[in-house]
Ligand binder design. Structure first.
Ligand SMILES: [Zn+2]
Length: 71
């Protein structure tokens, strides 16, 4: 597969690259995420499939328990 630019899409770093600002940082790997992904040109940020997968499976290496008490 070549890395062609997709029409109407742009390549950005995963939102979890910066865990300080990401609201999905609980699903970021240790030290932040280095994945890149294509998102809609109108969008500002996206979550890569790895972090999305973590959020779906609600996994985070098992060393931390997930709290729903915030907010
Ligand atoms: Zn990610």
């Amino acid at each position: 597969m070549s890395e062609n630019l997709r029409k109407g899409m742009k390549l950005v770093k995963c939102m979890n690259h910066d865990v300080d600002t990401s609201k999905w940082s609980m699903y970021a790997p240790e030290g932040g995420c280095d994945e890149k992904l294509y998102i809609d040109e109108a969008s500002t940020a996206g979550l890569c499939w790895k972090c999305t997968s973590r959020s779906v499976n609600n996994l985070r290496g098992g060393e931390m328990s997930y709290s729903e008490d915030q907010d």
